[in-house]
Design a protein around this ligand. Structure first.
Ligand code: BEZ
Ligand code: FE
Length: 653
């Protein structure tokens, strides 16, 4: 049992095909005999039918209605109305013509008869939005509500499919937001759910057969129901966002509604689960927001704000405006939440369906499996069986990924575009695919599988893009920083085998970032290499050198990988580290990194390179330096033993 308040608006509705034939009776029923006919050139055929029926009741016509109901236009129409002493307004058209009739009725109290040709629904609302000097003024009054609406399905038959889709989704938005409005009540719920079901059934039919009478009738009926919902209860986030996007950024009205609706629903879904379940049931899908997205995509409706001409750089401002003044909405509005909603809508992403995965119908599952097996079988004759095995398994995983996530065409296109851009940014010094592999953790997994299989050896870590071949030969005890500013660091390194026998004559390449997180190759002002060197262990397997303490740094993030990190709110930073590549005759080469204990990003390194055995105390130095070098202020000391495997001991990789 639910307490509620419901207000009905007194308008008379005549619905059907050929109902235009009743317009004369309706005018006379209102006690009128002098009609001002409002109809634009776009609805010439419908206007001619109305003229036939009204005959000598028409005393004047006006065809200049414009979008957003400018007051100047209304004043010109008022002159015509007064000049001919009209006593009734008959309007044929979409939102603009209906708006003009409402504006005239507000000023004259004349009765209105409206014959809609789109699915906007404004013919049943007592609301008028006018523009004066570029400002929009919205008001509500009983005088604005049309007395009679004559819905003639024939009048919508010629509405182009694209406009029918966006106009239909506009109506759907009224129904959806009515269901979670604070004023929602059982009368409105019934109308709204009826409208949702009709729209979902009608749109696909209409795309296949644009003049189908049943689909057109369903859509027009739904538009009336949804408009009635809009007239009775307050709207929420979706309408507010569309208002901001249309008003401040000039986006087209119905198209914007079409792009935003699934995302506004996804945002509100956690706070209105029952409403979403009822909508999903009416749509006959498992999840309402993604179901609405799929419906729109399947009928060719717009799904991306970017494609509507919105600049991505304007999204933060749009989000700020949308949350600037509070208004009722099921879920609290946060700047971050709305900004991320807009980013998804800008990209044309399908809202994630969190709750359930619906397996495809049984027959479809069998078809999909057969297709996967066919592709896998196509690799059976690969001359190198390893190639056949790898490609086959890749295809199985890819097909499973696509089916289990119900990947849509626009999502797959997005993935293809992403990989295309990843390739396009690659040069001889920029390897975006390696960065992608690093940031997805694949490089670290391949590295683990290949190099770190014995617990007795020092763990390995990824090579990274900043290694350069043939670093400068560096003598024991030398300073590889070559004067670059930073906290001096004394490194005292041993290289042994797994039984602690020292390995003399091992070649050890070292490279690192400076105190600001830059490698020399990123700073053209350095002449020749700095912060890198090639040293050789002495008879005791030792090497010592001076350098500086490395800092954390972002990986190159101005390309597709950076966009991917941003899209999931990940930072691009690596924890501070020194790189080592160690080669000793008869031993496996070790590529690894030593991380500064207590440094930032150790637990969120963006390439997942940090391993426990590699986080080392870079201890503050006390007393005189080990080689007697004079140091002003703080210095650090690093002592570490690398254990590497003999080739005979190493597991086959
Ligand atoms: C590096 O440590 O130099 C690095 C590793 C992977 C990606 C980017 C940088
Ligand atoms: Fe590095």
């Amino acid at each position: 049992m639910r307490n509620f308040v419901h207000t009905s608006h007194p308008s008379r509705v005549i619905f059907g095909t050929g109902t235009v034939g009743q317009v004369r009776d309706e005018v006379e029923r209102l006690g009128c005999s002098r009609v001002l006919l409002l109809a634009g050139p776009a609805v010439a055929k419908a206007a001619a039918r109305v003229r036939d029926v009204l005959g000598d009741l028409i005393v004047a016509e006006f065809d200049g209605a414009a979008m957003h109901t400018p007051v100047e236009v209304t004043e010109r129409a008022l002159d015509v109305l007064r000049e001919h002493a009209a006593d009734c307004l008959v309007a044929v058209g979409g939102g603009s013509t209906t708006g003009l009739a409402k504006a005239l009725a507000l000023r004259t109290e004349l009765p209105q008869v409206i014959l809609p040709t789109t699915y906007a629904g404004s013919e049943v609302t007592p609301v008028l939005g006018e523009t004066q000097g570029g400002r929009k003024i919205t008001q509500s009054s009983p005088a604005i509500l049309p007395e009679t609406v004559v819905y003639d399905v024939e009048f919508t038959r010629d509405l182009p499919v694209g406009m029918s889709v966006t106009s239909g989704v506009n109506a759907l938005a009224h129904a959806v937001e009515a269901l979670y409005s604070p004023q929602a009540n059982p009368v409105i719920d019934g109308m709204a759910l009826d409208a949702v079901g009709r729209i979902a059934r009608a749109l696909p039919v209409l795309v296949a057969q644009p003049s189908d009478t049943g689909a057109r009738a369903d859509l027009l009926h739904a538009a009336w129901l949804a408009g009635t919902c809009l007239a009775s209860v307050g709207m929420g986030l979706h309408h507010k966002l569309c208002h901001t996007l249309g008003g401040t950024f000039g986006l087209p009205h119905a198209e914007t509604h079409t792009v935003i609706l699934p995302h506004a629903m996804a945002y509100n879904a956690p706070a209105a689960p029952d409403v979403m379940n009822r909508i999903a049931e009416a749509l006959d899908v498992a999840d309402a927001p993604s179901g609405v997205f799929d419906l729109i995509a399947s009928v060719g409706g717009p799904t991306s704000l970017g494609r509507l001409g919105m600049a991505q750089a304007d999204l933060p401002e749009a989000a700020r405006l949308a949350v600037a003044t509070p208004y009722p909405n099921p879920r609290e509005l946060t700047y971050q939440g709305i900004e991320s909603l807009l980013q998804d809508a800008w990209r044309g992403l399908r809202p994630a369906s969190p709750a359930v995965h619906v397996p495809p119908a049984l027959g479809a599952t069998a078809d999909l499996e057969r297709l996967t097996e066919q592709v896998v079988a196509s690799f059976a004759d690969a001359p190198d069986p390893r190639v056949g095995q790898l490609l086959g398994d890749l295809v199985r995983h890819l097909h499973h990924f696509v089916t289990s996530n119900d990947v849509t065409e626009s999502e797959w296109q997005h993935a293809v575009d992403f990989l295309t851009r990843t390739g396009q940014i690659c040069t001889s010094t920029r390897q975006e695919f390696v960065l992608l592999s690093d940031t997805l953790g694949v490089s670290s997994i391949v590295d683990l599988l290949t190099n770190s299989r014995t617990p007795e050896t020092t763990p390995s870590a990824v090579l990274g893009p900043f290694y350069t071949d043939g670093p400068p030969e560096t003598a024991q005890g030398a300073d590889i920083s070559r004067g670059v500013a930073g906290t001096p660091l004394w490194a005292d390194i041993r290289v042994t085998d797994t039984e602690d026998h020292p390995l003399p004559d091992a070649v050890v390449d070292v490279w690192q970032a400076d105190k600001d997180g830059f490698y020399d190759v990123q700073l053209p002002e350095h002449e020749g290499p700095v912060l890198r060197g090639r040293l050789r262990t002495d008879d005791e397997g030792r090497l010592r050198f001076w350098t500086i303490l490395p800092a954390e740094y972002p990986i190159p993030d101005d390309g597709p990988v950076g966009q991917m990190l941003q899209a999931v709110n990940r930072h691009p930073y690596r924890a501070p580290h020194l790189h080592f590549m160690i080669s000793a005759p008869g031993h496996r080469r070790l590529i690894t990194q030593l991380f500064v204990k207590g440094g930032p990003y150790l637990d969120s390194d963006t390439v997942f390179g940090v391993k426990e055995g590699l986080v080392i105390d870079f201890a503050p130095g006390t007393g005189p330096t080990p080689d007697g070098r004079a140091v002003d202020g703080e210095w650090r000391s690093l002592q570490f033993t690398f254990r590497i495997a003999r080739i005979a001991d190493a597991p086959a990789s």
